[in-house]
Write a protein that binds this ligand. Structure first.
Ligand code: CAA
Length: 255
């Protein structure tokens, strides 16, 4: 089993477990990640933590040995597979947190970018080094990185292929926080800052914010008006406002 999915406390933990290849992503592993994402979405988990086995690497990217000598049509299908699987994180009913415990290069960095949030261990290293292979990122990096850190900074990382350490990644806005070991406990503590809120409101918030990067202000505001109005229709909104008036903690039921 190279992709493991465990339910721990109120969270699902997806672990890429191929440390002998620094958790590099073969195509079959990418398919397994997709299945694990679906299982996490169907579970009772309130957030998905994505991490890598071992202390050295989150994920060193696509499996370079597997990428060689394939017909172009297959290379395109490979990029589309990686993009489609990572995009499932956008539509996942629960938020996701990449717990980057070492190298996050190429497809590994792109997996982290596709998560809702990113946490970095002090030894985390980020990069899109495809240019050094004569390639460019193919699992969403050219689209998600500029949306996250801006065009100039994204172009610098993509065109130089250089590595950013955890401190720089934090400065760039590539990660939300640097966390100290024990890393999984730190990820759980981070996720608990939002995981007791209603999942529907969390989903509407993610969807509205994601629109900001892909549409005009006028259209984005329309989407915000629609989604914020939809939130009023939920039982959680009724409970949240009632709890405020009654001066108690709300009990959300994700309905
Ligand atoms: N694919 C396949 N195998 C990989 C790999 C990868 N991306 N990254 C590491 N490995 C393997 C190595 O081949 C090595 O295996 P062997 O022991 O069998 O030789 C093992 O993992 C350990 O790696 P190193 O000995 O190289 O470890 P290191 O600590 O000296 O260096 C590293 C670590 C800097 C991450 C280096 O392994 C490296 O540069 N890896 C490649 C990173 C990369 O270029 N990623 C982008 C891939 S392309 C891509 O992802 C395209 C896309 O957009 C989807």
């Amino acid at each position: 089993m190279t992709i493991e999915l465990d339910l721990r406390d109120e969270f699902a933990v997806l672990r890429i477990n191929r440390p002998e290849a620094l958790n590099a992503l073969s195509f079959s592993l990418i398919g397994d990640i997709g299945e694990a994402i679906d299982r996490a979405g169907a579970s009772d988990a309130r957030a998905l933590i994505v991490t890598g086995a071992g202390e050295k690497s989150f994920c060193a990217g696509a499996d370079i040995k597997e990428l060689m000598d394939r017909p172009l049509a297959e290379q395109k299908r490979g990029a589309e597979l990686g993009q489609a699987v990572f995009s499932r994180l956008d539509r996942l009913r629960i938020p996701s947190v990449a717990l980057v415990n070492g190298y996050a290069f190429g497809g590994g960095c792109e997996l982290a970018l596709a998560c809702t949030f990113r946490l970095a261990s002090p030894n985390a290293r980020f990069g899109l080094p495809e240019i050094k292979l004569g390639l460019i990122p193919g699992y969403g990096g050219t689209q998600r990185l500029p949306r996250l850190i801006g065009e100039a900074r994204a172009l610098e990382l993509i065109m130089t292929g250089r590595t950013a350490n955890a401190e720089e990644a934090l400065r760039l806005g590539l990660v939300n926080r640097i966390v100290e070991p024990p890393l999984l406990d730190a990820a759980f503590a981070f996720a608990r800052e939002f995981s007791s809120h209603g999942l529907l409101a969390l989903q509407f918030a993610r969807e509205a914010v994601q629109r900001a990067a892909s549409t005009t202000l006028a259209e984005g505001l329309r989407a915000e008006a629609d989604l914020s109005t939809l939130a009023y229709r939920t039982a959680d909104a009724e409970e949240g406002m009632k709890a405020f008036i009654e001066k108690r903690k709300p009990v959300f039921k994700d309905t």
